[in-house]
Design a protein around this ligand. Structure first.
Ligand SMILES: Cc1ncc(COP(=O)(O)O)c(C=O)c1O
Length: 392
């Protein structure tokens, strides 16, 4: 059996038709298969490879940490320098009230932690989430997921969760003194790049403060420069009580985090102690990689290029077959009339060396969330391929 057949036979599958491309190397904004065929990566591992695949500074940091130690103890007991240093760097670039970082293995685990911390700190039972939101696939995160089709097979889910519509007064009205937290994506990702109205987010912030409800912002996709600012919430002049990070946080290695004020985070330390337990959360090699990626993002001025690169995509993606282009920062959802059309275009793009996919709740939209290091030439080439694919 070849690698593809072995993959289908022995690796747990989640789809009857996986892409099943065999990628053997990745570098910058490019992927390569075993025959050396090159693909421009328009997805970046779904908003993971913001500084590009295999950034040299990330590789060097990983190597240096491998030479010191890998896993030595479960989370929280030992002083592990990569965790300490990365938490320091993150909090230096966050508002003063986001000064304490709990590292996890993944975005979903960070969401679980944020849900638990909110209940623990407020002593309240209710959590609010939004329709068309995606926060991960574990039972708690799945209970937040804003689409009955995707969650219904797993009932019973967590009780006490209500769903509201993003960007509406209904969401603000739903927050009351029994609400532990409202969890929203700063920009709804899988709905097809849907930003909030600034006034809405500000009014929601105010209602949370008035009712003692924690505002949890999920920036697992929106973080690390994707929106044109380091953090998505900076675009809307508000500060969350808990910030959830993942994906690009690890620079290509698995890492998540939730960040809060120390007074909130300390709720995990008493009655009972060990409020959240994780063996590998904040793995030293992942923290070393993530910190190097964040330093590279800042040093190489990648965020400053986001708007210009996004405008280049928008100016080139002009075609009567495109229904709309939804965009926020270097993050675009190119809308077609149906999933069938979109899938046909995605397949043709892959055939021609441009890698993309669709969104969970917007299957008729083609995803563009490339590594921020993508070059102007690569953008032009990718857009030409997309336009050709539409015409096929
Ligand atoms: C907005 C958002 N939150 C949370 C998650 C969950 O992250 P992970 O897949 O690392 O568990 C994802 C994953 O796609 C996501 O897009």
């Amino acid at each position: 059996m070849n690698q593809r057949q072995l993959f289908l036979q022995h690796v747990g599958q989640t789809s009857p038709e996986p892409l099943a491309l065999e990628i053997t190397k990745a570098e910058g904004a490019l992927l390569f298969n075993a025959d050396g065929k090159e693909y421009i990566d328009l997805i970046g591992g779904i908003s993971v490879a913001n500084v590009g695949h295999r950034h040299p500074k990330v590789l060097a940091a990983i190597q240096q940490q491998l030479d010191a130690y890998m896993h030595i103890m479960v989370y929280g007991e030992l002083v592990q320098t990569p965790q300490v240093q990365y938490a320091k760097l993150l909090t230096q670039y966050l508002p003063a009230s986001l000064n304490n970082v709990y590292f996890t293995n993944s975005g979903a685990e960070a969401i679980e932690g944020a849900m638990k911390l909110s209940k623990r700190y407020t002593g309240r039972p209710k959590i609010i989430a939004c329709n068309f939101s995606y926060h991960g696939s574990t039972q708690g995160a799945l209970s937040l997921l804003g689409d009955e089709y995707w969650r219904s097979a797993y009932r019973p889910l967590l009780p006490g969760i209500t769903h509201v519509n993003y960007n509406t007064q209904e969401a603000i009205d739903a927050v009351d003194t029994q609400t532990a937290c409202i969890i929203i994506e700063t920009i709804q990702a899988e709905g097809g790049v849907k930003p909030p109205k600034a006034e809405w987010l500000q009014a929601l912030r105010k209602k949370c403060t008035e009712t003692g409800t924690l505002l949890v912002l999920d920036e697992v996709q929106a973080g690390f420069g994707r929106t044109g600012k380091l953090w998505g919430f900076e675009n809307f002049d508000i500060v969350p009580d808990i910030l959830v990070l993942g994906k690009a946080l690890g620079g290509g290695m698995p890492l998540g985090a939730f960040v809060a004020d120390k007074t909130i985070m300390d709720s995990f330390t008493l009655n009972p102690v060990l409020g959240h337990i994780t063996t590998f959360g904040g793995h030293p090699v992942c923290c070393a990689a993530g910190m190097a990626a964040m330093q590279a993002l800042l040093e190489e001025n990648l965020i400053a290029q986001v708007h210009e690169k996004a405008q280049l995509f928008i100016s080139l993606l002009q075609h009567p077959g495109i229904v709309a282009v939804h965009q926020y920062g270097l993050w675009l959802a190119v809308e077609f009339d149906s999933f069938t059309t979109n899938k046909k275009i995605i397949d043709a793009c892959i055939e021609q060396g441009v890698f993309s996919d669709w969104f969970l709740f917007a299957a008729n939209c083609l995803r563009i969330s490339p590594p921020l290091v993508i070059t102007r030439e690569q953008i032009k080439k990718a857009c030409a391929v997309i336009l050709e694919a539409i015409d096929k």
